[in-house]
Design a protein around this ligand. Sequence first.
Ligand code: ZN
Length: 89
Amino acid sequence: MGREDRDDESFDDESDDPKLDDDSSDSLFQTEADVTCPYCGEAVQITLDPDGGEEQEYVQDCEVCCRPWTVHVTYDDEGAADVSVDMTE
Ligand SMILES: [Zn+2]
């Protein structure tokens, strides 16, 4: 323990490019977020998928009223997610 394998010099230590991080699926990325439904106003906790990338947009139904949200997720470089939900047309 304690000795990291740093033989591969083509990887310049930690980079901001998430595409280099194939091995770090257990990272610090936030995997849950509290959002407020734009239709019914209920606070709902949703599960995030960090593997989807730094910026994500997808449609998910509200657990409470079952109407479709457009969910926007943006991860910052510390793995914290900025999440917003909007009504889906
Ligand atoms: Zn709702």
